[in-house]
Design a protein around this ligand. Structure first.
Ligand SMILES: *[C@@H]1O[C@H](CO)[C@@H](O)[C@H](O)[C@H]1NC(C)=O
Ligand SMILES: *[C@@H]1O[C@H](CO)[C@@H](O)[C@H](O)[C@H]1NC(C)=O
Ligand SMILES: *[C@@H]1O[C@H](CO)[C@@H](O)[C@H](O)[C@H]1NC(C)=O
Ligand SMILES: *[C@@H]1O[C@H](CO)[C@@H](O)[C@H](O)[C@H]1NC(C)=O
Ligand SMILES: *[C@@H]1O[C@H](CO)[C@@H](O)[C@H](O)[C@H]1NC(C)=O
Length: 945
């Protein structure tokens, strides 16, 4: 097919060449965009800095005296204030920070149920020996103690001594006052801040006795040194010891009495319960029931709450001793106290506080970045353009994927490194290799997701908006909903794993585990997550890693496939393209039956010139001739009807043969099928039937070879805004397998030839582009290339095209008749998908415009005069246009001579007043309008259905 060395089709560029071309282009492009890239990559650094600053602010605030172990004036019991440094009981804040070398003592207290919850006999608890319900009204219910044992008489003897001790209170010594009797409180417990909450809160203190005396209530001041920290009234409450036959009965009663959050079903709480087991005079063996859930839920709960168990143990031991030895012995529990502690700084790790939700957002931030990149190339049809210039899908994928991966890896590395440098435990305590594996797997998944969803967007802004909403929304969903599932130990694990298939949840789970391990690691002073700890039963990291990897493995080919299908510019609505495949089959079946009917109709309507072209094509198919660059045989395109509409025949059997060196113009009204035709010729859509050969290569099978010798100048610019003309040319030249000096030369020449063009014309890119590639193109399709050019640039374009057509074939579609007349050697007029005529502009004008156009404007009342004049000139003059005095006639050329017309008009002027008149040869425009109008408005569907 070659015609001299220039035009020999070059070898199809190898994978490496393509990848190299794209890589070089991308590197230049990204360099130009380096500001944006740097911004993206340093985003985590910026975030970490922000965290650091916030952390500093917090630390600074916490360093203030208010949060330091300090001194303040505290009132004493004699009315004067005294300055106390270190722990002060007016506020507990100091407890967190001050050194407590000698912790205060407090009495060991029993947990006494509140008045309204004490066990009584009711309808729901018909236990005969409980006190009557009426005591709740008079606030005089006793507290119930249950006991059992192997030897009932022994147990009862001991139990009768539980609360038998009495003593007169010593106001100045509250510890001995409360330890000489059994004391208790109804204060809820919590983490102990070196003093029992009962002493500081407003709850009651009690002495518990078998029988309360009349004046058993007394006031007691709590002193620390000589500072009164509170003053409390101590009331007496009566205890009721009840024997039960077995410990299982006791269990049952405790269970039934438990508060259930149900207002009607009031709880019946037992103060404490004992089992003497097999105790006798020689053995002392007891079991105690106590309530460890008894705590203040509204206070921050650490897992280390206070349990009031020491006094209940003392009660039974003291009673046993006195049963054995005699009532004058004493086994006192004088006080309890905590162990001393050093001074501590109050600190708050901000990064742990922000937690997984925040980091989730930071990691997902790259998704919109990838989407922007992918959708931008799609929106501006750049991907398509690259494909047309021979860029395969594989190099595109490899390069884009590597770019995204590199960006992600740098991003995450900076995040982790910088986070560690500024000391975030989240990064520091967990094993770095796990972090690397986790983030690496996840960013890969994220890239695949971007490829997967990019085809469903056609606009960068939309894709960005949706991506941000998705990230934000899924982050919140993970942080609030999914988090509560993870924390709920009763939630089935399998469902959590199912939910982790949603990538943001998987990411959240991973970050959550890092956070948990870092938090406890920090708390305990140990390391965070290590590979060994992946086996922990509560550690979800292993599943997450597996899920992410498997998901990546499965989605990668799907994304590749979806991308490949959609890279041709169609929006993919569903990845289930196999459905499309079915449609295609059924469709081509329909189309072929349709085509048979169709051709019959059109053959009848075809004009001789069109038929002649068809014959040339038939001839060429039999004896191929390398002088013909484009041979197009009965090419058809049918778009399937949607929603009950009939099929649309966009292109109805076009046959064309274009020799080298010809510029072929396609004229036609909008929607005539020109673009459909071009799309088939450049491999964007497959013809429904028929075939075409470009440089001898079949457009159905050899598109890759065609691309090396084909150029397209599309209606709309397809350029990277930030790349220069030279860079575009270098890129496309490399894609066309040009190398070294040849590439340089081609680019230089191209630039020279278009230099004129880009002197300040705003919309110059189309020209820049088409001119640039021209030296290397063997067939050029021009789809309205001069759209939007100013006259100077347009003339330039014309010059370039004229020069370019010397050794190649050019197909040009245009709406500019002037352009067509100047540039094209042959023209065709395309209406409703079929050719109406083919020929050079002169022939067409002669054939369709064999008449002069005679126009005259007069006063309205003289119109009939003008009509007569026209009729006199030629009997076959036809009025084609008429409006308020202006009339236009077509007069066959053979009927008149121009001189006669002038004479007749001069004569008429003497009779009527002629405002204006004219006579013109037909223009291409007239031909176009005539052909377009006279073409059968076939509306193919009505013909064929
Ligand atoms: C129960 O204990 C008493 C002493 O309190 C003793 O006399 C009696 O034998 C014991 N009964 C049994 C069955 O061990
Ligand atoms: C009360 O306690 C104080 C201090 O422990 C002691 O000095 C005093 O003797 C006690 N009074 C009585 C009546 O026990
Ligand atoms: C407890 O056992 C005694 C005999 O050992 C029996 O008389 C009594 O009814 C039992 N009480 C209950 C509540 O079962
Ligand atoms: C134990 O404490 C919880 C929490 O305060 C309470 O709801 C429950 O009724 C108590 N159980 C008994 C048997 O007292
Ligand atoms: C629980 O603790 C809070 C805060 O210290 C306190 O205001 C509240 O009264 C306590 N609730 C009970 C029932 O003690």
């Amino acid at each position: 097919m070659s015609n001299g060395t220039e035009r020999s089709p070059r070898e199809h560029a190898s994978f490496y060449t393509q990848a190299n071309a794209l890589l070089r282009k991308n590197v230049t492009y990204q360099k130009r965009n380096s500001k944006k890239n740097v911004f993206i990559v340093v985003f985590p650094v910026w975030i970490c800095l922000l965290l650091l600053i916030l952390q500093k602010v917090i630390d600074n605030e916490l360093d203030k005296p208010k949060f330091q172990c300090g001194c303040s004036n505290v009132p004493t019991n004699n009315g004067t204030d005294v300055r106390v440094c270190g722990i002060q009981y007016s506020t507990l804040d100091q407890v967190f920070r001050c050194a407590i070398d000698s912790p205060p003592r407090w009495p060991g207290l029993l947990q006494v149920p509140s008045q309204e919850f004490r066990a009584v006999k009711t309808d729901t608890f018909p236990i005969v020996d409980y006190p009557d319900e009426s005591c709740r009204k008079t606030q005089s219910c006793p507290v119930t103690v249950l006991f059992t044992g192997g030897n009932r008489s022994l147990s009862q003897s001991v139990a009768s001594r539980f609360f038998s001790r009495t003593s007169t209170p010593n106001i100045s010594d509250y510890l001995s006052s409360l330890s000489n009797v059994v004391s208790g409180t109804n204060a809820l417990t919590r983490e102990v801040h070196f003093i029992d909450p009962a002493i500081l809160s407003s709850s009651d203190l009690f002495t518990i006795q078998n029988q309360c005396l009349q004046n058993s209530t007394f006031q007691i001041p709590f002193l620390l040194g000589n500072i009164a920290i509170s003053r409390k009234e101590v009331k007496c409450v009566q205890a009721l010891n009840l024997w039960r036959n077995s410990s299982s009965i006791i269990n049952g009663e405790l269970y039934k009495g438990f508060r259930q959050g149900n207002a009607e079903r009031k709880n019946n709480e037992i103060m404490t319960a004992y089992d003497f087991l097999d105790s006798d005079e020689k053995n002392y063996n007891v079991r105690i029931w106590y309530n460890s859930t008894f705590k203040n839920e509204s206070v921050f709960q650490s897992p280390f709450g206070q349990v009031r168990v020491s006094r209940s143990l003392n009660v039974i031991s003291d009673a046993y001793l006195r049963y054995l030895v005699g009532d004058d012995v004493n086994m006192k529990l004088e006080f309890t106290k905590e162990m001393p502690k050093p001074k501590t700084r109050l600190s708050l790790d901000f990064s742990s506080l922000l937690g997984a939700t925040f980091f989730n957002w930071v990691v997902s931030f790259l998704l919109p970045v990838f989407l922007t990149y992918l959708v931008y190339e799609k929106q501006h049809k750049l991907r398509l353009m690259m494909k047309m210039h021979g860029l395969g899908d594989r190099p595109y994928w490899v390069i884009s994927y590597s770019y995204f991966l590199a960006l992600s890896v740098i991003y995450m590395l900076l995040f982790v490194i910088f986070g560690s440098v500024i000391g975030l435990k989240f990064f520091r305590l967990n094993d770095y290799s796990i972090q690397f594996v986790f983030y690496f797997l996840f960013v890969n998944l994220q890239i695949v997701l971007a490829f997967l969803v990019a085809p469903s967007f056609s606009d960068v802004r939309t894709s960005q908006a949706i991506a941000y909403v998705y990230i934000f929304g899924s982050g919140l969903l993970a942080g609030f909903l999914f988090d509560s599932f993870i924390n709920d130990t009763s939630f089935p694990k399998i469902w959590i794993i199912v939910m982790e298939f949603f990538p943001p949840f998987a990411l959240y789970r991973g970050l959550y585990e890092f956070g948990q391990y870092a938090f406890f690691g920090g708390y305990m002073g140990t390391s965070g997550m290590t590979w060994g700890k992946l086996n922990d039963s509560t550690n979800g990291m292993r599943e997450v890693l597996i899920i992410i990897f498997v998901e990546w493995l499965v989605l990668l080919p799907i994304a590749y496939y979806v991308d490949q299908v959609s890279s041709l510019g169609n929006r993919v609505k569903t990845p289930l393209s196999f459905l499309k495949h079915f449609r295609k089959i059924s469709h081509s079946f329909r189309a072929s039956s349709l085509g048979r009917q169709g051709s019959k109709v059109f053959v009848e309507m075809e004009k001789p010139d069109v038929i002649q072209e068809r014959e040339v094509v038939q001839q060429l198919l039999l004896e191929p001739n390398s002088n013909y660059a484009v041979v197009c045989n009965n090419l058809k395109k049918v778009y399937p009807g949607r929603d009950g509409n009939p099929d649309k025949l966009a292109v109805q059997g076009i046959s064309l043969a274009l020799p080298v060196g010809e510029c072929f113009g396609m004229l036609g009204p909008n929607g005539a099928g020109k673009t459909s035709f071009i799309n088939m010729m450049i491999g964007l859509t497959k013809p429904t039937s028929g075939n075409a050969y470009i440089q001898g290569f079949d457009i159905e099978t050899d598109m890759n070879n065609i691309y090396t010798s084909m150029g397209v100048c599309p209606q709309h610019d397809m350029l990277w805004e930030t790349l220069t003309g030279r860079e575009h040319l270098l890129f496309y030249g490399r894609l066309k397998n040009l190398k070294g000096p040849a590439l340089k030369e081609a680019v230089e020449e191209s630039l020279k030839s278009v230099n004129l063009f880009y002197g300040g014309v705003g919309d110059k890119q189309a020209g820049k582009y088409s001119g640039g590639m021209k030296r290397r193109l063997s067939v050029v399709y021009m789809d309205e290339p001069s759209t939007g050019l100013d006259p100077a640039s347009r003339n330039n374009l014309w010059k370039v095209v004229k020069e370019a057509k010397r050794n190649r074939a050019i197909i040009l579609t245009t709406h500019s008749m002037e352009e067509a007349e100047v540039l094209c050697d042959r023209l065709c007029i395309f209406v409703d998908g079929s050719l109406q005529c083919i020929g050079n502009p002169k022939q067409l004008k002669g054939r369709f415009g064999g008449s002069y156009v005679f126009t005259m404007t007069t006063a309205v009342e003289n119109e009939s005069e003008v009509e007569r004049l026209a009729a006199a000139l030629s009997p076959s003059a036809a009025k084609v246009y008429h409006i308020s005095g202006t009339q236009r006639f077509e007069i066959p050329k053979q009927d008149i001579r121009v001189a006669d017309v002038f004479r007749a008009v001069e004569a008429a002027k003497s009779r009527i007043s002629v405002q204006a008149w004219g006579i013109a040869d037909t223009t291409l425009e007239d031909v176009f309008i005539k052909v377009a109008l006279s073409a059968p408005r076939s509306s193919s569907s009505s013909l064929l259905t």
